[in-house]
Design a protein around this ligand. Structure first.
Ligand SMILES: [Mg+2]
Length: 117
């Protein structure tokens, strides 16, 4: 997986919203409800790619051997995260708050785990 210095954190939610708008623009011919279902189903497709990459990275299929790397698994996990956050932007009308909401959920989860006051 290619690593860079990364985006400015302030640009993350707008970037995810821009990606989501681009996907929606390319699917304007679809029924809106079908388009939303497709956005949600895509998350599951990406999750399947995580499992496929892990199977490939560990050589669990003797016929295929090792076909993927740990970096492939990591990249697929990030695809899941981006796909889910983009679907969130889709549902919320692209208000560019997906990372703020992720932060809120992480904070609540840390509190439930008693890792934060
Ligand atoms: Mg993928």
């Amino acid at each position: 997986m290619r690593e860079t210095d990364g985006m400015d954190p302030a640009e993350l939610s707008p970037g995810i919203a821009a990606l989501s708008r681009w996907i929606d623009d390319g699917n304007q011919h679809r029924d809106p409800e079908a388009a939303t279902w497709a956005r949600l189903a895509k998350i599951t497709e990406e999750a399947g790619e995580v499992v496929a990459a892990h199977i490939g990275a560990t050589g669990q299929n003797p016929r295929k051997g090792v076909t993927h790397s740990r970096a492939d698994v990591e990249a697929e996990l990030l695809d899941v995260a981006i796909t889910a956050l983009a679907a969130l932007e889709h549902l919320r009308g692209h208000d560019e708050r997906s990372l703020d909401l992720l932060g809120d959920t992480l904070e609540a989860t840390l509190r439930r785990a008693r890792l934060r006051d």
